[in-house]
Design a protein around this ligand. Structure first.
Ligand code: ADP
Ligand code: MG
Length: 343
């Protein structure tokens, strides 16, 4: 969930949707675009559908509005913001979708050894990447330690029974930040909307997260491109056919501030309490859901190329990493990722 609109426009190593040329369409195709979560969304559907484009867009907007009302830290009255503002250790009720996000985040948090950590909020805010005004100044070690004492997944509990689901914290200063999962969650919400409507030919995206299934208006499988990390042209580095899976890219170059010639990324390593500085430029993950892909890409981004690749191999993940080298960039992918490549 981006902090700036510009994010969606930057080219480097981003995921790019290959729109069908409009001439030779053999099936009707509807293209819907809009804004959400500080970025853009896109929904493309091919084939005949029962409602009008306008009706479908209204439903999409309502769904994404609801997601923001649940999990946005940019909305002071979202369910998540109210949880963060409330210092109480009592369980607080949360909606089902939010519980799904927390559950996935806890698992990926464990699997990445805490590299992906949704309790990282106090550090994100300290470094000026939260919803409040930017600090754009490097904090002191003392401030970093103070913020670090307020984080840790072990302090967050998800409770559920037949009445519903609750979230509980045992640190009053805890600040849960689901921003890095928002796009993937948004995509999964759209995928579920398609399923409810019986639509089986679609390509949906929110920011850097995408899912697609079936064929486009030209009766061809939808294709998603991973761009080269050079921004001169829309040079394609790899092309994939997702076949119902989700894909998400995390990249350290897209959102940062500069001080004394040093770039500070908005992705924070919870272990050091500082923005990541290594040479991994982007991490792209394909997974059964976009939420899952979005969680992993952040964790792998924090870990850096070597640890990320090792973990991806251990867990059998479909991963594509682009790393800055002395004379350019190098790319590496796991065999699971290769299986999605368009030949
Ligand atoms: P990218 O620009 O790489 O796509 P995202 O926008 O998906 O990144 O996520 C970055 C946001 O995630 C930050 O602005 C912050 O709110 C949050 N964040 C930063 N570090 C972490 C981390 N280690 N684990 C989870 N969330 C993080
Ligand atoms: Mg992510």
């Amino acid at each position: 969930m981006a902090n700036s609109i510009a994010k969606g426009l930057l080219l480097s190593a981003a995921i790019m949707l290959l729109a069908a040329c409009n001439d030779a369409n053999t099936r009707p195709q509807i293209d819907i675009e809009g804004k959400t979560m500080g970025t853009f969304y896109s929904v493309k559907v091919s084939g005949t559908i029962t409602e009008s484009k306008q009706q479908l867009q209204q439903e999409i907007d309502a769904l994404l509005e609801q997601a923001n009302d649940d999990i946005s830290t940019y909305r002071p009255d979202s369910v998540l913001s109210r949880f963060n503002q409330n210092p109480s250790a009592d369980p607080q009720p949360i909606p089902r979708g939010m519980a799904d996000i927390i559950l996935t985040a806890q698992r990926i948090g464990r699997d990445t050894g805490g590299a992906m950590d949704i309790t990282v909020g106090p550090l994100v805010n300290l470094w000026g990447f939260g919803p409040d005004k930017r600090v754009v100044k490097v904090p002191s070690q003392q401030q970093i330690e103070a913020a670090r004492s307020q984080i840790g997944l072990q302090h967050l509990k998800l409770l559920s029974d037949n009445r519903g689901e609750w979230l509980q914290k045992d640190l009053p200063g805890m600040y849960v930040d689901l921003s890095t999962l928002g796009e993937g969650y948004g995509v999964d919400q759209l995928v579920q909307l398609m399923a409810r409507k019986g639509i089986t030919n679609y390509l949906v995206s929110v920011g850097g997260a995408v899912s697609s299934r079936g064929v486009n208006g030209q009766n061809q499988p939808w294709r998603v491109a991973i761009q080269k990390p050079t921004d001169r042209e829309n040079a394609v580095q790899a092309l994939v056919d997702l076949q119902g899976y989700g894909i998400s890219t995390a990249g350290s170059y897209r959102n940062y501030f500069e001080q004394d010639g040093q770039r500070y990324s908005h992705v924070i390593d919870p272990v050091t309490g500082r923005p990541i500085t290594h040479k991994l430029v982007s991490a792209t993950v394909i997974a059964p859901t976009a939420l899952e892909a979005d969680g992993w890409d952040t964790g792998l981004m924090v870990l850096g190329t070597e640890k990320a690749l090792k973990l991806a191999e251990e867990k059998g993940l479909a991963v594509y990493l682009i790393t800055k080298t002395d004379d350019g960039f190098s790319a590496v992918m796991t065999p699971q990722f290769k299986a999605f490549l368009v030949k």
